[in-house]
Design a protein around this ligand. Structure first.
Ligand SMILES: Cc1ncc(COP(=O)(O)O)c(C=O)c1O
Length: 433
């Protein structure tokens, strides 16, 4: 990076001299070249400072270059411990398995086996669906309106957004049903779900599994109620349908507990973790399965980059955050601050439809995607990295590292309030002066 001149960098990003495919998305949303990152801060090559309200799409719950994990990683590399061994036993892998059980599962009275899948979230989704079909000998899978589960064939078929699908993507035996709140606050979609899956004339076969995010992230920050989650879990259990919770984005503390479903006291059959599970931005994905579901034959599901030892090194260190309740209490305080400031945003801008969220994932829904996009762009110019989500991109999504300082959280939130309160009444522009 040092020997790139400012103008060569500029021509790369601004004059399309870059040979990267058009498919690149985030470089277009956030047009800067980043050279430094620490906890909640990034700097670009001009030394412009940005506060991170994006967290690498949920990968950086413990911040950028987390100092504890970085030191552990340097020690690990210095020791010439094996980095890549597929899923062979290594000291690091065994240590992670032991500590995850001790720090996360046992205190929650959770009895699960752990499967290492390929290193991205979508790999865990694919494995879960394959396993559910194998266990139940059924093929249909229920997914929900506004869901997002990844970009490989099955995950894409399970995702609701039409924008990311092509017409020729096979439907993969997916039945889409309404998420909590989708049919309006007055209607309990569980009645509809039960009817569509159980009545003889519905045209649907009983599915192998129901996959859901307990808080839909990409779908626009939709929080399922505890009552709905409990009813859904009971329904699945009564009908021999496996319940898969995709905690890839909202697990690892994002909701205020380690798992997003803890608030509902439910016990999913399969749990998927990725993104922040390695703690440091290194790729790792896990599938937690109830022991009786572990009917895999050895090697029946595999992948080259499973259980990468660098990822396991930082993942093990990240567990330190869960040995006491300091982080949990901190999230609660920050969550309250975000909620209060978003209420002020709602009161100060008639073009905001709703503000909602849970723990440290929040959304501001605008009357149009153009407006949400404009707010994100202006905030980026003002040094806040923040993205949009929702079925049309109409929601500005607040996803800071859990470890953001109170000071930077307040600065970022005040900038958001400042921008939204200046939205012109014609909502064609934002009067920044
Ligand atoms: C809930 C959820 N599931 C699955 C995925 C896919 O993860 P990956 O992009 O690592 O394949 C994502 C990614 O945003 C996600 O938010």
């Amino acid at each position: 990076m040092e020997n790139l001149t400012k103008s060569s960098i500029e021509s790369n990003i601004y004059m399309q001299g870059n040979n990267e495919s058009n498919v690149n998305g985030y470089a277009k949303s956030f047009p800067a070249i980043f050279k430094y990152s620490k906890n909640d801060i990034l700097k670009d090559y001009n030394d412009k400072v940005y506060i991170d309200f994006f967290s690498g799409a949920g990968v950086l719950n413990y911040g950028h270059n987390n100092v504890h994990m970085k030191h552990e990683l340097i020690k690990f590399l210095d020791s010439d411990s094996p980095v890549h061994c597929l899923d062979m036993d290594t000291v690091m892998k065994l240590k992670f398995l032991e500590e995850f059980d001790k720090v996360i599962l046992k205190p929650r009275d959770m009895n699960y086996k752990i499967q290492f899948t390929g290193p991205t979230g979508t790999n865990a989704v694919e494995a879960a669906i394959k396993l559910a079909r194998k266990v139940t000998k059924r093929s249909k899978i229920v997914s929900f309106t506004n869901s997002f589960h990844g970009m490989t064939a099955t995950s894409l078929a399970l995702s609701a957004s039409q924008e990311i699908k092509h017409n020729d993507i096979p439907s993969q035996d997916v039945i889409f049903l309404p998420y909590d709140g989708y049919m309006g606050a007055e209607i309990d979609t569980m009645d509809y779900i039960s009817m569509m899956l159980k009545t003889k004339g519905s045209g649907n076969q009983l599915p192998a599994a129901i996959i859901l995010e307990t808080i839909q992230a990409e779908g626009g920050i939709k929080v399922a109620s505890i009552e709905w989650l409990v009813k859904l879990t009971n329904f699945a259990k009564e009908n021999g349908i496996l319940l898969i919770v995709d905690d890839i984005q909202v697990g690892c503390g994002r909701s205020g507990d380690f798992f997003s479903f803890e608030r509902a006291g439910i016990s999913p059959d399969i749990i998927l973790l990725s993104k922040s599970i390695s703690g440091f931005g290194l790729p790792l994905a896990l599938l937690l399965l109830k022991p009786e579901l572990d009917i895999w034959k050895s090697g029946e599901h595999n992948g080259t980059f499973r259980a990468n030892n660098l990822s396991l090194c930082t993942a093990t260190k990240a567990l330190d955050y869960w040995r006491d309740d300091v982080l949990i209490k901190d999230i609660k305080i920050k969550s309250d601050l975000i909620q209060n400031k978003l209420k002020e945003c709602l009161d100060s801008c008639s073009h905001i439809v709703d503000v909602r969220g849970y723990g440290m994932i929040w959304g501001i829904e605008f009357t149009s995607c153009e407006l949400a996009e404009m707010v994100s762009t202006i905030l980026f110019e003002k040094g806040i990295i923040i993205e949009t989500c929702g079925n049309t991109g109409q929601v500005v999504k607040i996803l800071t590292p859990l470890t953001i300082t109170m000071e930077n959280l307040a600065i970022g939130l005040n900038k958001i309030l400042d921008v939204v309160s200046k939205i012109d009444d014609s909502f064609s522009d934002i009067n920044l002066n």
